[in-house]
Design a protein around this ligand. Structure first.
Ligand SMILES: Cc1cc2nc3c(=O)[nH]c(=O)nc-3n(C[C@H](O)[C@H](O)[C@H](O)COP(=O)(O)O)c2cc1C
Ligand code: SF4
Ligand code: SF4
Length: 249
């Protein structure tokens, strides 16, 4: 079973491509996170965790979801992390996480997908994004075949400074940057409520037809990138900046 967490759709897409090869079921972590419930799941096929990279590591919310999950059946787990460029030493944390969960670590795959961190960086132009996705598809299909054969993923090539980024910079990043105070809504808001429905942290409440952020954000970028009216900004830097969302198939 493929267990995925996705703010803007890249990791959901990765999960879907792998499932198209393995024929496996997909399970979205977001409804469990929103409901605050620990999932109880059974699969005879290996577990595959597909998620974005947040500061060179699996998102902390996805890690705690996995720690809380009651998984029966297969004891093997693969990790597939989508990223804008580098997963650093994320594989080490994933390996340790597998051990903590009593699962056999079958490897880690980094897959470059379009950058979605609009609060910090520019996202790619549409033609660039298309090219990135075109290159990712065969990588994901190959991963699907490896999973079908129950073989381990080949080891990740070491990334310069990866261990430091994951172990040292990641906690600093969460402490300093993962906050929602800079989100604001503009007059373009239509009051549709989609941002409230989509936030995996249940961190948005509609008040008088406008979103309000509640202080429990994990910076997934779902609200700002998926608002149909582009009515959400993050400080000054996102003004006029393109958003990224992988459209559902
Ligand atoms: C909070 C945050 C941190 C990120 N950190 C990294 C990173 O360390 N390395 C990287 O290559 N991309 C990073 N990215 C980019 C995403 O990992 C990438 O765009 C991913 O495919 C988004 O997946 P999603 O659409 O499933 O949410 C980050 C994005 C966010 C929102
Ligand atoms: S998704 Fe956008 S338009 Fe809809 S309520 Fe939220 S901010 Fe307003
Ligand atoms: S408030 Fe926005 S960025 Fe923060 S977790 Fe919710 S949807 Fe993601």
């Amino acid at each position: 079973m493929i267990l995925y967490f996705s703010g803007t759709g890249n990791s959901r897409f990765a999960a879907e491509v792998i499932a198209s090869v393995t024929g496996d079921d997909l399970h979205d972590m977001t409804p469990d996170l929103r409901a605050g419930k620990a999932p109880v799941l059974h699969s005879e096929n290996p577990w595959v965790v597909a998620a974005p990279t947040y500061a060179w590591r699996l998102p902390l919310v996805a890690e705690s979801w996995l720690r809380g999950a009651r998984l029966s059946g297969s004891r093997q787990v693969y990790f597939v992390l989508t990223c804008g460029g580098s997963t650093g030493g994320a594989w080490r944390k994933a390996k340790r996480l597998a051990e903590t969960c009593g699962l056999a670590y079958m490897g880690f795959l980094s897959v470059v997908m379009p950058e979605n961190y609009v609060a910090m960086f520019k996202v790619p132009e549409p033609d660039e994004a298309e090219e990135i996705i075109r290159e990712a598809v065969p990588v994901l299909e190959r991963a699907g075949r490896t999973i079908l054969e129950r073989k381990a993923f080949p080891p990740e090539a070491p990334q310069a400074g990866g261990a430091f980024l994951t172990a040292v910079v990641n906690p600093v990043f969460y402490g300093l940057f993962v906050k929602d105070k800079k989100f604001r809504v503009t007059d373009a808001c239509t009051g549709c409520g989609l941002c409230e429905k989509r936030c995996p942290m249940e961190n948005i409440r509609m008040k008088e037809g406008k979103p309000q952020w509640g202080g429990a954000c994990t910076h997934c970028m779902a609200c700002i990138c998926r608002c149909p009216a582009e009515a959400i900004e993050y400080g000054k830097r996102t003004k006029g900046r393109r958003r990224w969302e992988m459209k559902e198939k």
